[in-house]
Design a protein around this ligand. Structure first.
Ligand code: R1P
Length: 309
């Protein structure tokens, strides 16, 4: 016999209590603390999920739930914190993921494994913008979907096999977001975030914060000084550069119609002027925008088809 805490199935590992290997949640979990609320809270993860990179942002948004002192909070040794409660009496979960597309992969696949029925997963992150007309302190909704930008390591192979005419960075095709949810999200952001321009455009998710987002660094041979121009030449409406959204939309597309998704991001960095948003404004928009995403999540019809994802 295996001790109860050990995983036995390498294809989709769960520990002896049924907790998925990285996010650390399981089906039907809840404590006596929640039994007096509604029975749906007897689960670790709700069907409506908000994914954010930053743990502080997740806590701030979870404090906007109906009864924050009753939130169920689960942490995993792999860097996830899961807050579950209700917003406008609708069960919702906010998850802090840390950064990068592999973390989004864990979130979507492992939450899908512990949640019954249709799901909606939204991301509220931060980003840089390559667009000169979009100022810092704006919010970009990925209404046009997202592309993926990755550095091609073969381009640095030193055996002379690389054709210098090829691009060292690879741009994927567009994966769509859910149009109906994106529209509601943009409307709610416009209503609920003060002194903030809300733009709708195409997102671009990169496999690095640095090279594949066109940040230059004398310590490395990245050959990316013109990358921002190149990306806009191919996709002129790229408005948000970040590190997770494409993967969320891609997995929603592959979820056999069970997951709807959209995303928004606060513009922290102006990549042309190099302006960067101050902390006080960032924190205000995280809170007001977080409330707008929670409202959108709570209003979403889970039974509607997944609209192109
Ligand atoms: C980089 O600083 C991180 O910030 C952005 C990027 O996607 C990346 O995760 O989003 P979050 O603020 O949600 O982490």
């Amino acid at each position: 016999h295996q001790p109860r805490h050990e995983a036995t199935n390498a294809n989709f590992p769960r520990d002896g209590e049924g907790r998925v290997h990285h996010v650390g949640v399981k089906k039907g979990e809840g404590g006596p603390k929640f039994s007096y609320v509604q029975s749906f809270l007897m689960t670790t993860v709700a069907n409506r999920i908000l994914s954010v990179g930053d743990h502080r942002r997740a806590s701030v948004i979870a404090s906007l739930f109906d009864n924050p002192s009753s939130n169920l909070v689960t942490t995993s040794s792999r860097g996830f914190t899961v807050h579950t409660g209700t917003f406008n009496k609708v069960p919702v979960t906010v998850i802090a993921t840390g950064m990068g597309f592999p973390m989004m992969d864990f979130l979507v696949r492992e939450c899908r494994a512990v949640v019954e029925g249709p799901m909606v997963i939204m991301r509220f992150g931060t980003c840089g913008t390559p667009q000169t007309h979009i100022p810092i302190g704006s919010v970009v909704v990925a209404s046009e979907g997202s592309i993926f930008i990755r550095r091609n390591p073969d381009a640095w192979e030193q055996d002379g096999s690389w054709d210098e005419k090829e691009s060292k960075y690879i741009f994927s095709k567009v994966v769509r977001s859910d149009p109906e949810i994106s529209k509601r999200l943009a409307e709610n952001m416009k209503k609920m975030v003060a002194d903030c321009q809300v733009y709708e455009g195409l997102g671009a998710t990169a496999d690095s914060f640095y090279a594949s987002q066109g940040r230059t660094d004398d310590s490395f041979d990245d050959d990316n000084a013109n990358l921002i121009d190149q990306m806009l030449e191919k996709y002129s409406s790229i408005s948000a550069l970040e590190m997770e959204t494409f993967h969320l939309f891609d997995l929603a597309r592959c979820s056999k119609g069970t997951i709807r998704s959209s995303a928004a991001a606060i513009v922290l960095a102006q990549r042309r002027s190099n302006a960067f948003l101050d902390k006080a404004t960032t924190e205000r928009i995280e809170k007001e925008g977080g409330r707008a995403v929670l409202l959108t999540l709570s209003e979403t019809d889970l039974t509607a088809p997944s609209n192109g994802n």
